[in-house]
Design a protein around this ligand. Structure first.
Ligand code: PNS
Length: 146
């Protein structure tokens, strides 16, 4: 069984993330969504993963979980250590724009320097999702009238 890890902050997990998972599942048997702590993003590790998928996105995600196609785990520390403890063949990440590419390149080089041996595959974001980001969702949510 080929398993990919999809690491990220996922604060919150949204349609763009789901699209990356769907593409990854065309190649891998299972995707582990590894929700890590990025100190810069101040993610409270003990909160439940929040889904902003809505409608069919939510139904699809639940179905993938039921079919054991998707696992969700929290991790702390280095991605390298997480990968060594799991039977993972590859890392999967999404790219929306050149800013993402530059960020991911730096992450990738650090991961290589830290000794990660598995390859990273990048999924170009579906065009319907290029404007969606967790930080924008958080900003809108914080300004919405209660
Ligand atoms: O893409 P994101 O959301 O910024 O990723 C967050 C996270 C936590 C997955 C990423 O920062 C990570 O892999 N952290 C673990 C620490 C690590 O291994 N760092 C090495 C690369 S700099």
């Amino acid at each position: 069984m080929k398993i990919a890890v999809y690491p990220g902050s996922f604060n919150p997990f949204h349609q763009g993330h789901l699209n990356v998972v769907r593409d990854a599942l065309k190649v891998f048997d299972r995707v582990i969504i590894a929700r890590g702590v990025n100190p810069d993003k101040m993610l409270p590790q003990d909160t439940e993963m929040e889904f902003m998928l809505g409608g069919t996105g939510n139904i699809l995600f639940k179905l993938l979980k039921q079919r054991d196609k998707v696992h969700i785990v929290n991790f702390t520390g280095l991605l390298k250590d997480f990968i060594e403890q799991h039977d993972v063949s590859a890392i999967v990440k999404g790219l929306r724009n050149p800013t993402d590419l530059e960020y991911e390149k730096t992450q990738q080089y650090w991961n290589e320097d830290l000794g990660i041996k598995v390859p990273t595959f990048f999924v170009i974001s579906g065009r319907a999702y290029t404007h969606i980001s967790s930080s924008a969702i958080r900003a809108v949510k914080s300004m919405e009238k209660k």
